[in-house]
Design a protein around this ligand. Structure first.
Ligand code: FES
Length: 614
């Protein structure tokens, strides 16, 4: 329950986040502002929320902050409460006007947006003061060196006189883009877009306070052209009209989301003066109408790493007519602007620790930092994590099994199989995190061996009979039944995991672990040197760290070193809008990061084969 402002009717919002994420981050990632000056580090004691359910542990900070009665009523510091189960949280309205915003993985951003507003009360012209309207205005804001285009000049005389020369100048990065009547200085907005191949997310920001006002997401309307970047590039190679249609589909997606967030927050689209777009290199090229063909064929060349600043209207958006579009630069054809934004949001370039960033998806991007040097690469993991090429695979939507627990104890009273299903409905299939969990658990209970094969004899001692019974066949193939719609159902009608599905996962995880292994060798690091692994992206964030370790998707480390980073591309896009300094930081990453091409390494295949085992 979110009380947006004192006196305003609270609203109910439902959000879904990876287990273990703090309530503070969960709110921030979903456009809900919670008071803070410490950025979620447990020191400012401002992030007070009331948690219902009573099963939330107390910390020393909570005890020092709240009275006994408040603690009993469920008051907690949001940055110290981890969401490990469903929670109902009351979020009070903001009490402070922030000068900084908390974005990404605990990043504090001092507010310095490119969009500025200046309210000025100008002296009216007289016969002894015949300065031009523009001179009069620019003289009042002479700390900025502004350019101004014809569209503004056309409106200037009328607006100035109708408003008795009391006007607000709207400036975007040293360009005067608008002159508004009266004092509108507190009204300035921007939209951050995470343009994913599958899902697109928009966050509407209040640039005056740094707070997110609304978040919306939807499937990319380019889906009918294919589920991954390669099929969409192929579409443009086979049909000369496809590029135009893909560009329009991207524009339609961005437009629909912009309309949604503006409507939800009751913001006039004309008051949105800037957008930022973080997407992979193919999505960025298609949104800009640039031919993506060279990205799809060796030697995988981009048209440009840093697209110039465009207008939001170039992306098909109907916001302020002069609203700018800042497009994130890409490091390479397969380490795009979404990953640069992710690096910004996780502070990969500012942390002295050894950190590994892994965005798991069809194309898996990997960044490794030893605190000094930054390396990045891409590993082709294939469609397994998206549910593609998996017999009962599906996207992470209602009915998808997302967690699997198997009970190895022969005497256990617990159910032998416990499934977590998105939407708490009848299971229909298995999504990527469920796939990783299922295989990790089958390895744990001994039904799958290290080579990835179902054991030949499921009745061997040590394997619980209730689990062994679920190992059966569909056609010629061995399968493990995860869910039976009813007791007599034929295995083919069940949700199951086949031998071939396990192979698909092995190939995907081997591609990824080969990637980080080779990067670690290049920096002379061993797995145990890694102090933090950040699992990013819409799929990676939902992975169980324990299962990811068990199948070798990430280095073998204490589980607490594996962190869900959430939608870091969107967070990076927010940072670029809130701070010019952060935006420059994103550009600087192009110089700081070395892109490593894996496909021309002679040892890649041997290493890949080594990494297939669980
Ligand atoms: Fe500062 Fe929680 S955000 S204590």
């Amino acid at each position: 329950t979110v009380a947006d402002a004192p006196g305003k009717e609270p609203t109910q919002r439902g959000v879904r986040v990876p287990p273990g994420v703090t309530v503070f981050d969960a709110a921030s990632w979903n456009g809900i502002a919670i008071d803070s000056t410490c950025g979620g580090h447990g020191t400012c004691r401002k992030c007070k929320v009331r948690v219902e359910g009573g099963r939330v542990p107390l910390t020393q900070h909570d005890v020092r902050t709240f009275s006994e009665k408040e603690l009993a009523d469920g008051w907690r510091l949001a940055c110290l409460v981890r969401a490990t189960h469903d929670l109902h949280v009351d979020v009070p309205p903001l009490t402070t006007r922030p000068k900084a915003a908390t974005v990404g993985v605990g990043r504090q951003v001092i507010l310095r947006p490119a969009v500025q507003k200046r309210y000025v009360e100008l002296a009216e012209p007289t016969l002894s003061d015949q300065r031009t309207d523009l001179e009069r205005l620019l003289a009042a804001i002479d700390d900025l060196e502004l350019t101004c285009d014809l569209a503004v000049l056309r409106r200037l005389p009328k607006v100035m006189r109708e408003a008795d020369f009391k006007v607000t100048a709207v400036v975007v990065d040293e360009e005067l883009v608008e002159v508004e009547a009266g004092d509108t200085s507190a009204v300035r907005h921007a939209i951050a877009f995470d343009l994913g191949t599958t899902t697109v997310v928009a966050t509407l920001l209040d640039l005056d306070t740094g707070t997110p006002l609304a978040v919306a997401s939807m499937l990319n309307r380019q889906q009918p052209f294919g589920g991954d970047v390669i099929t969409r590039i192929s579409a443009t190679m086979m049909d000369p009209d496809a590029l135009g249609r893909l560009q329009e589909a991207a524009a339609a997606t961005l437009r629909e989301l912009a309309d949604q967030v503006c409507a939800e927050a009751e913001v006039d689209p004309a008051h949105v003066y800037e957008v930022a777009l973080a997407g992979n290199a193919t999505m960025t090229a298609l949104a800009l109408g640039i031919d993506p063909e060279p990205l799809g064929v060796a030697p995988f060349v981009m048209t440009t790493a840093s697209p110039p600043t465009a207008l939001a209207s170039d992306l098909g958006l109907a916001l302020h007519p002069r609203a700018r579009a800042t497009i994130f630069p890409s490091l390479g054809a397969y380490v795009g602007g979404d990953i640069v934004a992710g690096m910004l949001a996780t502070g990969m370039d500012r942390d002295k620790r050894v950190r590994l960033f892994v965005d798991v998806g069809t194309n898996c991007e990997i960044v490794l930092s030893d605190g000094d040097t930054l390396l990045a690469t891409a590993a082709p993991a294939g469609p397994a994590f998206e549910g593609g090429a998996i017999r009962c695979g599906m996207r992470a939507a209602d009915g998808a099994i997302e967690t699997v627990r198997l009970e190895p104890d022969l005497l256990a009273e617990h159910a032998p199989v416990t499934l977590g299903v998105i939407g708490d409905v009848e299971p229909r299939g298995l999504c990527g995190s469920g796939l990783v969990d299922a295989v990790a658990e089958l390895v744990k209970v001994g039904l799958v061996d290290a080579s990835g094969r179902y054991v030949p004899d499921a009745d061997a001692p040590g394997i619980a009979p209730a689990l062994a019974d679920r190992l059966t066949k569909v056609g010629d193939e061995r399968v493990f039944v995860l869910h039976r719609p009813d007791a007599d159902a034929d295995p083919a009608e069940c949700v199951y995991l086949s031998q071939r599905d396990i192979r698909e996962l092995q190939f995907a995880k081997a591609a990824i672990s080969t990637g980080w292994t080779l990067l670690m060798e290049q920096l002379d690091l061993r797995a145990e040197d890694v102090q933090q692994v950040l699992l990013a992206g819409s799929f990676g964030s939902y992975l169980s760290p324990a299962s990811a370790i068990r199948i070798g998707l990430v280095p073998t480390l204490p589980v607490l070193r594996i962190v869900s980073a959430g939608n870091v591309a969107g967070e990076g896009a927010k940072m670029a809008l809130l701070s010019m300094r952060e935006r420059e930081g994103a550009r600087a990453l192009l110089e700081e990061v070395t892109y490593v091409e894996l496909s021309d390494r002679p040892d890649f295949n041997d290493r890949f084969v080594e990494q297939l085992a669980f």
